[in-house]
Design a protein around this ligand. Sequence first.
Ligand SMILES: [Zn+2]
Length: 180
Amino acid sequence: MITPIKALSIKQPWAWAISRRAVTYAGKDVENRTWTTEYRGLLAIHASLTWDRAGGDSDMIWTAWGEYIRTTPDRRTASTTLDRRGAEFPTGAIVAVADLDQIHHSASCVRPAYLGEIHPFGPYKCSPWAVGGDGGMYHWRLANVRLLAEPVACTGRLSLWNLPDDVRDAVVEQLAATAR
Ligand SMILES: [Zn+2]
């Protein structure tokens, strides 16, 4: 039996910011959720249909965007303004995969040893992307992010869900191609 791949639907531009982690430390390495799961392992990052206006106004997103503009080899292909209609922000598609390797609550936020001691930043130790808020948040740590060259169209769902077989196959195929 083939192991299903779990997926999480995330609004743009946050899904884009996570996918950028594949190529730059300016990418998003923590997903903030009000709920937690026992699941650990491969997690497909699904860009949902909704644009999050707070994301479009986020300093962290703009920092990652600035890094993207600076480092994109062919700047003509990159939008210079952060535009929700830009090619950078596909919706209704799997855009990346990551390893969900740890979840902790913001009240007991810890910095994973493998990140080393760089310098304190932001209100939380694990990532500048981590937030708290009323009642706190669970910080889902995403490691080893891999960007899919071609987003795989897929309908999103709530909570954690399994990729449909055809989507899983298309994702696995791309991962195998980039691993070669
Ligand atoms: Zn944390």
